[in-house]
Design a binder for this molecule. Sequence first.
Ligand code: NAP
Length: 252
Amino acid sequence: MPDSMTGKTVAITGASRGIGAAAARSFAEAGANVVLMARDREAITALAGEIGPTALAVPCDVTRYWEVEAAVAAAADTFGGLDVLVSNAGVIEPISHIASADPVAWDHLIDINLKGVFHCARAAVPLMLARGGGTIINISSGAAVNALEGWSAYCTSKAGVKMFTACLHKELGDKGIRALGLSPGTVATDMQREIKASGVNPVSQLDWSDHIPPEWPARALVWMCGPEADPWLGDDISLRDPDVRKAVGVGP
Ligand code: NAP
């Protein structure tokens, strides 16, 4: 997909590692300006340096609306607007049983995985509408529709994200905002390392070779910015679907 994103500006949360960092590289390769948002200043600055002048690193905690608003404004100031938002920042911890879960930790996961997604869309939508539209992709999960032991916070947050994607489409689909979710399957990132270390539920028992590389969802995200993904507007696209993999050009 070389040059398919030329002239577009893409903001990616959780760009310091894993799927978000791979997405930043893929969008940059496709010609986009990329805005890297995460808490790890050093990591996003290093990645922006690697990509070059079409990348901007903006340290940002998605739980703080004012930081998200400032980051999105910096994107518009630097590159003239915002065309695509990838809400990818997310955490898996606390992995714990409901009867013994720490309420503060449970609450914090919801702040990042669910409220963070709202914060980003809330800040991005006015800028996108000012340019006549844009694409918002929220990273979902199979956990949005499957209950898993020890993952009550994570599953609940991702179910909320899936509904939020549907709500975005309902309110803004006819105003030029393309809202979609990506359920990537299991991906070889630090998150899967944390899952394996927990030893809880069948996902932790998967072999490392069962996980797909982060470059696959990264390529899917670029593909989702094109009209081929329009049949999924308002819903999640699953990268486990062989037809989707074929369309994206990844995997068997
Ligand atoms: P990862 O390697 O652990 O990366 C998570 C990213 O989220 C990091 O860049 C982290 O950056 C960022 N983040 C966490 N809290 C944040 C906050 N408060 N504000 C801003 N950024 C924050 O995990 P990953 O596997 O790439 O996960 C990316 C997304 O894919 C998540 O939404 C996850 O739920 C989803 N997903 C992953 C899998 C999988 O198998 N890996 C499967 C399904 C869905 P900082 O720490 O620098 O802030």
